[in-house]
Design a protein around this ligand. Structure first.
Ligand code: IPD
Ligand code: CA
Ligand code: CA
Length: 268
C-alpha cells in the first residue's frame, strides 16, 4: 500500500471518529456496574465498553483506509501485518473509567512500514483532541501546541505510572519516585499513559516516564510529543520506546539529566 496522500484530511477524520466513539464511552460509563467488569490478569481490567468502542473504531477506520492492518489492545479484530497499521487503545485509563473518574482517552496511531505518521489522543471527558501528522505541528483542538520551555528539573512537574502487573521492580521504581519528588515540583500519576504523553506535548508537564507500557499506550502520544518539539527515548537514549516497554518523554531540556537519574535506580 502507498502512504496516504492527504494526511491532514485523514487526521481530521480520525478526530471526528474518536469524538463519536467518545460520546458512546461517556454514556456507557454512567451505566457500568460491577458485572460489566472482567479481569484479564492482576489489576488488569476490561469492560464491554472497551471492546465495543474498539469494534466501532476498527470498522470506521477500516472504511477510511481499506486494506490497512490493526494492532489493538482488545484484539476484537484479526491483528494483520500490513504496510499501514492502525495501533489502537480504545480506552486508555480503564481503571479510572470503571471507578467513575474522568481521566481516560482514546489513542490511535497510524504506522507506515513501522514508523508512526499520524497520532490522535482524544481526552474524552474534556473533549480535548490532540493530534499530529508526519511533517506537521502538534495540535490540540485545531490549535498548535508545543512542549514547555522550562529547563530546570527543579522547576518541573513530572508524571509517571506505577507498575501494577510486574511488581518485581516496584521498590526500585518507588525509590526513583522519591528521588524525583525531591528534585522537582512534584510527580503526578494520572492513570492514562496516552494523556500523560499529550500533557507533555502541550507543556502541562515537563516529562513523563514509565516502564512496562504497550505499543497501543504510547504510539500516538509519543509521536505527538515529538511533533510538539519534545524528545522521546528508551532508557538507553535510543528509539525503541514503542515496543521496548521503557519510555522517557520530555521537553528535551532535561531528558539527559532525567535519564541519568532513572538509570541510577533502574539499570537493567
Ligand atoms: C494503562 C494506562 C496506565 C498505565 C498502564 C496501562 P489501560 O492502560 O495507560 O496509565 O500505567 O501501564 O496499561 O490498561 O488503562 O488501557
Ligand atoms: Ca492502555
Ligand atoms: Ca485500554
Amino acid at each position: 500500500m502507498e502512504k496516504p496522500v492527504d494526511l491532514q484530511h485523514l487526521c481530521e477524520e480520525v478526530c471526528r471518529i474518536s469524538r463519536e466513539v467518545g460520546k458512546f464511552i461517556l454514556l456507557e460509563q454512567k451505566r457500568l456496574s460491577d458485572q460489566s467488569i472482567e479481569s484479564k490478569g492482576l489489576n488488569d481490567f476490561v469492560t464491554y465498553v472497551d471492546k465495543a468502542a474498539e469494534t466501532l473504531l476498527v470498522s470506521e477506520l477500516q472504511a477510511l483506509l481499506p486494506g490497512s492492518g490493526f494492532l489493538t489492545e482488545e484484539k476484537t479484530v484479526a491483528q494483520q501485518e500490513a504496510e499501514l497499521v492502525w495501533i489502537i487503545d480504545p480506552i486508555d485509563g480503564t481503571t479510572n473509567f470503571i471507578h467513575g473518574l474522568p481521566l481516560f482517552s482514546i489513542s490511535i496511531a497510524l504506522a507506515f512500514r513501522g514508523k508512526t505518521i499520524l497520532g490522535v489522543v482524544h481526552e474524552v471527558s474534556r473533549d480535548e483532541c490532540f493530534s499530529a501528522i508526519e511533517g506537521g505541528r502538534a495540535m490540540l483542538n485545531g490549535k498548535v501546541i508545543q512542549v514547555s520551555e522550562r529547563s530546570k528539573l527543579s522547576d518541573s512537574l513530572l508524571v509517571t505510572g506505577f507498575p501494577y502487573k510486574d511488581e518485581g521492580r516496584l521498590e526500585a521504581w518507588m525509590q526513583l519516585f522519591i528521588t524525583l519528588l525531591r528534585k522537582s515540583h512534584g510527580v503526578r500519576r494520572l492513570g492514562s499513559a496516552a494523556i500523560d504523553l499529550v500533557y507533555v506535548a502541550c507543556g502541562r508537564f515537563e516529562a513523563f516516564y514509565e516502564y512496562g507500557l504497550s505499543p497501543w499506550d504510547v504510539a500516538a502520544g509519543a509521536f505527538i510529543v515529538e511533533q510538539a518539539g519534545g524528545l522521546v527515548t528508551d532508557y538507553q537514549g535510543g528509539p525503541n520506546f514503542v515496543y521496548g516497554k521503557e519510555l522517557l518523554a520530555g521537553n528535551g531540556r532535561m531528558n539527559e539529566e532525567l535519564r541519568g537519574v532513572i538509570l541510577e535506580h533502574f539499570a537493567r
